[in-house]
Design a protein around this ligand. Structure first.
Ligand SMILES: Cc1ncc(COP(=O)(O)O)c(C=O)c1O
Length: 455
């Protein structure tokens, strides 16, 4: 007899295990996954009605509700036809190993509890730090996303400046960002009670020169303490002038943060590597493996040049946690705003170990090539026009003669026909079409099929 709350639900259940593994096996074997579409609220409410109550429901029934009604009401980010926002393309190895992490109940708080997991996560962070040219001693942690990483890094920037310059304790502190900076940086500044100094850009790219001019013109009682540059803007894939910005940061004693949540994965490309010149001077930087490093959600890498500064800000102290800090071992919880955390870096670690970094470089190169070929297709079309040369893997283009409503109507029909998920964006006040490539399985045939719908 199955009694809710009894110990029975902690027992191994062979039938439920089989059901779930069969589902996962089927989902993993879909090639490609169906694009699917967003759902209807009333239908979803009807399907879910009464499901959570005092008594349980047979797992087969619940799983069928998920498979037949809920999963198809989720647009598949890992479809090669998903070209909106920032897509996803997790490797099968990383997805499988994420199941291992879940089934093993790995808590990645501390070395004391999880040395094996922490060692492998740190090996992965070290690889990313090395790729960016950071010095020995750099280190960090995997957090839930670029937003969490930006927030945690800017908290360290703020508190480090207050520690170094006691007069900053009573001042309003400011972080310089480009007008193209990701929205999460603005949210982080609000949470940290800091302000943004929005620096104008040349064609969307922040340079050392414009930063210097803006700093010189900044005549307020507030104090600029950091610069948050972007290595791959979300809207257009633009990498800021990191080398020039690094120089200004050094000259003015600013914390140099690089938000490479989307774009810094292109460090894996020999061809794109030169764009990131200067990232090696960062005090902190972010790469999201759940974006272009083919890891499952949720996984963002936050790396500090001097992790001891982050520890001063983020370590949590409580009597019950004393054993965690008894030694001088590495505790991931000390490097961001969190305590309990999934060992979310392990899925990337496993996939990197299994496939090797060359496979990652090749996958990133393929995607860059798709963006380039798409730009050529658009340039040679009569009714389409490139808005700008692709930035990394993002292509902005216009359909001559279309207005905002035309783009939205087209985007909706494209999804309902299951040809693609491509949402419009705005570039310099104009609504335009945007392809965000990330899936190595997005072929030129798919691109041509989508472009053909714009004639
Ligand atoms: C440049 C950049 N920074 C930060 C973020 C936020 O990352 P997340 O959605 O993982 O919080 C994004 C998301 O697309 C991004 O492109």
């Amino acid at each position: 007899v199955s009694l809710p709350g009894s110990y029975e639900m902690f027992h191994y259940d062979a039938r439920m295990t089989q059901l779930i593994f069969d589902y996962c096996r089927r989902r993993l074997s879909l090639d490609p996954v169906p694009l699917d579409s967003s759902g209807d609220r009333e239908q979803l409410d009807a399907v879910l009605a009464g499901l959570l109550g005092p008594k349980g429901t047979d797992p087969e029934t619940v799983l069928r509700i998920f498979a037949d009604h809920l999963a198809p009401a989720v647009i598949s980010c890992d479809s090669p036809r998903f070209l909106s926002f920032i897509p996803a393309a997790p490797t099968k190895a990383s997805l499988l190993f994420d199941m291992v992490v879940s089934c093993s109940s790995l808590s990645g708080i501390s070395w004391l509890e999880a040395a094996g997991a922490v060692a492998a996560e740190n090996q992965t962070i070290a690889l990313l730090a090395h790729l960016a040219g950071m010095p020995e001693g750099a280190g960090g942690v995997f957090v839930s996303g670029g937003s969490a990483a930006n927030l945690s890094a800017l908290a360290v920037a703020r508190d480090t400046s207050r520690r170094r310059f006691p007069e900053n304790a009573s001042r309003r502190l400011v972080v310089a960002v480009s007008e193209q900076a990701h929205s999460s940086l603005h949210n982080a500044l609000g949470l940290l009670d800091m302000e943004a100094l929005v620096v104008p850009t040349k064609e969307g790219r922040l340079t050392g020169g414009t930063l210097r001019d803006s700093l010189a013109a900044h005549r307020s009682a507030s104090q600029v303490v950091a610069i948050a540059a972007t290595a791959g803007t979300t809207n257009a894939g633009i990498v800021d002038d990191l080398a020039g910005i690094a120089e200004v940061a050094k000259e003015k004693g600013l914390w140099f943060h690089v938000d490479g949540a989307y774009g810094a994965a292109a460090l894996f490309s020999q061809r794109a590597r030169h764009l990131f010149q200067g990232i090696e001077h960062a005090d902190s930087f972010v790469i999201d493996p759940h974006k272009w490093l083919f890891a499952p959600f949720d996984c963002a890498a936050l790396v500090y040049r001097d992790p001891s500064l982050a520890r001063l800000v983020h370590s949590q102290h409580a009597s019950y946690l004393e054993p965690v800090h008894a030694g001088d071992e590495w505790n991931p919880s000390d490097y961001a705003f969190h305590l309990t955390r999934r060992a979310r870096g392990l899925a990337l670690w496993f996939s990197l170990a299994v496939h090797g970094t060359n496979a990652y470089s090749a996958a990133v190169e393929t995607v860059l090539e798709t963006a380039k070929s798409t730009a050529q297709r658009i340039s040679s079309s009569e009714h389409l026009e490139l808005v700008r040369e692709p930035g990394l893997s993002i292509v902005l283009f216009r359909r001559k003669g279309w207005d905002r409503e035309d783009y939205y109507r087209w985007s909706e029909k494209l999804l309902s026909d299951q040809i693609g998920f491509v949402t419009p964006t705005v570039w310099r006040g104009e609504t335009v079409a945007r392809f965000a490539f990330l899936h190595p399985g997005t072929t030129m045939e798919i691109v041509d099929e989508i472009l053909a719908t714009m004639t």
